[in-house]
Design a protein around this ligand. Structure first.
Ligand SMILES: NC(=O)c1ccc[n+]([C@@H]2O[C@H](COP(=O)([O-])OP(=O)(O)OC[C@H]3O[C@@H](n4cnc5c(N)ncnc54)[C@H](OP(=O)(O)O)[C@@H]3O)[C@@H](O)[C@H]2O)c1
Length: 365
């Protein structure tokens, strides 16, 4: 082990990523110390020097104070959605290391976030696919990379081509075949929007053009993603689906944590399969690629309308197929913004949420 104990703030501590991060921190007390916890509606899972609960009147101010606190070394951002944008920017501006799980932040404001990164590896991926790409890229020259390949499990409906997606229930959409995650990302996995959001995330994080990123269906979720090089070589990162590995790597980089997860036993694996994405049935990835290509607020509109639509689906207010329809409607209505700075991104976000709500009223009256 090198260096002193790292003091960590967890945003989204009661969630799936947050609680697994707490397990990692507890397991390596000589490396990590918990400084602060930010929760939503559930109570804090344990004591910490700083505890902030969602809905507190001075929530935003306390959150900013925590992520810029001189005692804090690493901020783990794991609150889904646009709410994580401001604390991420504040933490980066204060020079903190940011371990980013909340892909929505890079989707809506990739340029602003990357502009706030002050040193290599200050912003570290937690998403398992991006962690895999990060690991495959270590020691490689950007000029030798020809393509990034994001793997996707396909979610619960990929292997059921006969199923009418219109009829899908909330309970069915929340049954992910491989990962146990929070509701928003689980529904995003079922629409494959999650993979589209990850494509935009990878585009910003690794500064690779959109045409150089592809998606391949890999139902076993053992190969977490791959990099293709100009000589035709493919490099992949494999492991059991267990988020403690990418979380641990984002916290401990450049070290690896001994025993953070069980080793992957190749002789116990099912055979590994890869299939092309069916963009007719699951158009979300191409919708995301196109929004990112257009930039000028389109990714923020896509993200915000998807957040609103997923929440409405979970509340039983729209059908599963209504999620993509809502995103398409918001993108079609957006006139295109002027820039990629924070104010422009927030304007696009507000536009999309208002558009969604007005459309929902029209559709349901
Ligand atoms: N779960 C995974 O395996 C996984 C993998 C890769 C990437 N990610 C990404 O990581 C992020 C977190 O996912 P997750 O699955 O951990 O989500 P989750 O289980 O739903 O947890 C979300 C956390 O954020 C808190 N929260 C939500 N809204 C809040 C608000 N307005 N103010 C304060 N706290 C709020 C929740 O608090 P309460 O529950 O207390 O209300 C909870 O602690 C997502 O962006 C997701 O895409 C997740």
């Amino acid at each position: 082990m090198t260096g002193r104990v790292q003091r960590i703030a967890i945003l989204g501590a009661t969630g799936s990523v947050g609680s697994q991060a707490l397990q990692v921190i507890d397991r390596y007390p000589d490396r990590f110390q918990l400084l602060g916890l930010v929760c939503g509606r559930r109570p804090a899972p344990r004591p910490a020097e700083v505890i902030i609960a969602g809905g507190e009147p001075d929530f935003d101010a306390r959150l900013e104070a925590l992520v810029t606190d001189s005692r804090c070394d690493i901020v783990l951002v794991a609150i889904p959605g646009a709410v994580s944008l401001r604390p991420t920017l504040a933490a980066l501006a204060a020079g903190k290391t940011v371990a980013i799980a909340s892909k929505e932040v890079l989707v809506m404001a990739g340029q602003a976030v990357m502009a706030a990164v002050g040193r290599p590896d200050q912003l570290r991926p937690v998403d398992s696919e991006h962690s895999a790409l990060w690991q495959c890229l270590w020691g490689e020259s950007p000029a030798s990379v020809s393509r990034l390949l994001l793997t996707a499990s396909g979610g619960p409906f990929w292997s059921r081509p006969e199923l009418e997606l219109e009829q899908v229930t909330v309970a069915e959409a929340l049954k992910h075949p491989r990962w146990s995650m929070g509701p928003k990302v689980t529904v995003d996995s079922a629409t494959l929007m999650n993979k589209g959001l990850e494509l935009i995330e990878a585009h910003h994080l690794f500064q690779v053009g959109l045409a150089g990123i592809d998606v391949v269906i890999h139902p076993q979720s053992v190969v977490h993603s791959l990099v293709e090089f100009v000589d035709g070589s493919l490099k992949a990162q494999l492991g059991n689906p267990d988020m403690r590995l990418p979380i641990g790597l984002a916290l401990a980089y450049p070290e690896r944590l001994p025993g953070v997860v069980e080793p992957t036993r190749l002789d116990s694996l099912e055979s590994l399969a890869f299939e092309a994405l069916d963009s007719q049935r699951f158009p979300a990835v191409e919708l995301c690629r196109e929004a990112a290509r257009r930039a000028r607020g389109y990714p923020a509109v896509l993200n915000a309308s998807n957040e609103e639509a997923v929440a409405a689906f979970l509340a039983g207010r729209i059908a599963f197929t209504g999620i993509l329809a809502a995103v398409e409607s918001a993108l079609a209505a957006w006139p295109g913004g002027g820039g990629e700075d924070l104010a422009a991104v927030l304007a696009a976000d507000t536009f999309a949420r208002n558009h969604f709500r007005e459309r929902l009223v029209k559709v349901s009256t």
